[in-house]
Design a binder for this molecule. Structure first.
Ligand SMILES: [Zn+2]
Length: 656
């Protein structure tokens, strides 16, 4: 365990909140301590209230904040005396407990305090840290875990048997802490859940966390259960359609389209090929709160129907014991382990899938090390069910709101690094799609650093590069729902009598042939799109109204238009619809520099502004206008339309 405390960077000792933020972030930075909203921290501070009286306030992490990026505003101030009184109650339902937390804050706009607030309150230390450290839960989730924890820590920690988070856990800790704590106590282990450290300063508590987790790591090293060698077969690079079929089956079961993100590093692939997988990967999650992200068990192989049957049986076995009636969540897996596909993480969005992938990658290490220690033992299914169907977790899920229009769907845009293509990427991302951008320009690979975007440098004129890009699309997101054919070239003006065959062929190659290959290669993927495939062709005003000097361009776009119409006829049965839009005079793209605009305007005897608005409606047409129409053509408005051609040109008298 690396101690990241840096005196030069830490805030002044007098600023308790700034210090609390600083050391919370240190914990959050280390993914082996906490992942995605896991863990929580607090500090107790005396403050004057409105009457000038001093009051003890517990600043505890608010829900919805991640320790890695937490700010002062992410801590909820709750009156400490009230929390300590609550801890004396014999029982308190969790929703009532949350109500007590929220109604005893001193800042109305603060987030809902962590459900572990009472637990933080009863620990008699100024600063309290709680993580789900990999090393500690590895030991705790192994055969004889409780005894091993005792062996590692002796009287340095209080040990709490597993109880679900919430009021009952806080209540048990009150009793056990009083019984077990002594002058040596610097932490508390919650078996099968995580670890607490505490101290009188942020630094003391942080360093105790590092010390305690380090002891578990050292123990695993001593027992030869730390370094795992992963020997994996070579990853298949042609698994695209297998992934798309899997995605279609899981989406049908879930009732909404999902993203499938494939991981084929040696750890994932070797784990998915372990002969003991059916035992070690079917025990349960490493810590109960992962169940919300990963479900209790991964699916092994691709039998989605069998997974659904088993999930229903699990629900029906445990629901009758719940305090109140529960509604079954979707039965779709969130983690798939397959010998050929490796680890597939599933989410309603690419961001969700990325979170699942990261959690499960840590889970693999935990399972493998616990197995090396003698055997991985997760909590019984009943305990996991209680967390999965906990009122408070259910409330969190409901708060998510209505999903975006293209949530769980995948779009591919060609010529995506700039102009109309980039605007299409933005419009599709804004509607919740995961987007793959292709472009010849290497800048595409760094256009956006976010989990729902993949930029691939690709020459659309090269068949093998298109095929490889589609495989990468399926690896990243599981398939393809929407294809926006935008890449094209517009050569300098040239009359037919001067047009060389090479120049003609170059235009045809990019504007027509490349799109034929893209359509052909994308077809099997589009056919497997959970809500049907959609293709949008960025055509041109030149299709209905060609221009002199633009023979190659006009002919290529007209041929593309005809190709799209035939595709609409052929693919209707596959539930794929193809629509075209015909932009004109879109000037906010790279080819239209200030100089070119000024010279064209002069040519027509117009000002630049009048030249830009030289159409029936006298409006300027922007890349964004075109992109928004392209995105809408993929949406519900056009659900019953195929082979439409819509101008987006401000009205052109030659077209009308
Ligand atoms: Zn916890």
């Amino acid at each position: 365990m690396k101690n990241l405390w840096n005196d030069a960077q830490s805030p002044a000792a007098t600023d308790a909140i700034a210090l609390r933020v600083y050391s919370s972030r240190l914990l959050g930075q280390d993914k082996t301590l906490v992942l995605h909203g896991g863990g929580n921290t607090s500090v107790k501070i005396a403050e004057p209230n409105a009457f000038g009286e001093m009051e003890e306030i517990l600043y505890v992490k608010g829900s919805g904040w991640d320790l890695e990026k937490i700010e002062a505003a992410g801590f909820s101030p709750v009156r400490l005396d009230h929390l300590k009184r609550l801890a004396q109650l014999p029982s308190l339902p969790d929703p009532a407990m949350v109500n007590e937390l929220v109604t005893h804050m001193t800042r109305a706009a603060a987030p809902v305090p962590s459900v572990e607030a009472i637990l933080h309150a009863i620990l008699p230390f100024k600063v309290v840290d709680h993580t789900h450290a990999d090393a500690v839960i590895t030991v705790s989730n192994s055969v004889d875990g409780a005894a091993r924890i005792k062996e590692i820590y002796g009287d340095a920690v209080v040990v709490i048997p597993y109880v679900m988070p919430g009021f009952d856990l806080a209540r048990l800790c009150v009793v056990e802490f009083a019984k077990q704590a002594g002058p040596q106590t610097i932490g508390m282990v919650l078996l099968n859940h995580g670890i607490f450290s505490f101290g009188n300063t942020a630094r003391e508590s942080y360093e105790r966390m590092i010390d305690l987790v380090g002891r578990a790591e050292d123990y695993l090293k001593r027992k030869q259960a730390w370094d795992i060698t992963w020997t994996a077969p070579v990853a298949a690079t042609d698994a695209g359609l297998d992934l798309a079929r899997l995605r279609k089956d899981i989406s049908a079961l879930a009732g909404f389209p999902i993203i499938v993100a494939r991981t084929v590093d040696s750890q994932a692939l070797a784990f998915a090929n372990r002969p003991d997988l059916a035992t070690i990967a079917q025990q349960g999650p490493a810590t109960p709160d992962h169940v919300i992200r990963t479900k209790r068990l991964p699916m092994l192989g691709r039998d989605v129907a069998a997974y659904a049957t088993a999930y229903r049986a699990y629900f029906e076995a445990h629901e009758p014991q719940a305090k109140e009636r529960k509604t079954m969540l979707d039965a779709a897996p969130r983690v798939v382990l397959d010998p050929r596909l490796g680890l597939c993480a599933i989410g309603r969005s690419a961001k969700d899938a990325a979170v699942v992938a990261e959690i499960y990658s840590h889970t693999i290490d935990i399972i493998a090390r616990a197995t090396a220690l003698g055997g991985y033992r997760a909590l019984p299914a009943k305990d996991i069910f209680d967390v999965e169907y906990w009122d408070l977790e259910q409330a969190k899920l409901k708060k998510g709101g209505k999903p975006a229009a293209f949530a769980g769907e995948v779009a591919l845009v060609t010529g995506a690094a700039s102009g109309i293509g980039k605007a299409c990427v933005d419009s599709l991302l804004a509607r919740g799609a995961a987007v793959v951008g292709l472009d010849l320009n290497p800048a595409i690979t760094t256009l956006y650093q976010r989990p729902d975007f993949l930029g691939i440098q690709c020459d659309v004129g090269a068949e093998d590069q298109i095929k490889a890009a589609l495989q990468r699309t399926a690896d990243a997101f599981g398939g393809l729902d929407m294809l926006v054919l935008n890449a094209g070239i517009f050569p300098a003006g040239c009359r037919i009598e001067d047009l060389a065959l090479d120049a003609w062929r170059k235009v045809m190659n990019i504007n027509l042939d490349a799109n034929l290959v893209l359509l052909r290669e994308a077809h099997p993927f589009l056919k497997l799109a959970p809500r049907g495939g959609r293709v949008v062709i960025i055509g041109s005003k030149n299709v209905p109204a060609p221009g002199p000097g633009a023979a190659a361009y006009s002919a290529s776009k007209a041929a593309l238009n005809q190709l799209a119409r035939v595709a609409a006829l052929e693919w209707g049965n596959d539930n794929i619809r193809i629509n075209s839009l015909h932009p004109n005079a879109v000037f906010d793209t790279a080819i239209w520099t200030e100089e070119v605009l000024a010279s064209r305007a002069r040519h027509y005897g117009l000002t630049v502004d009048a030249y830009k608005r030289n159409n029936v409606l006298k409006v300027e047409v922007t890349s964004r206008d075109v992109a928004e129409l392209a995105a809408e053509m993929c949406g519900n408005l056009f659900a019953k339309t195929t082979a439409a051609q819509v101008p987006v040109d401000g009205g052109n008298d030659r077209v009308i």
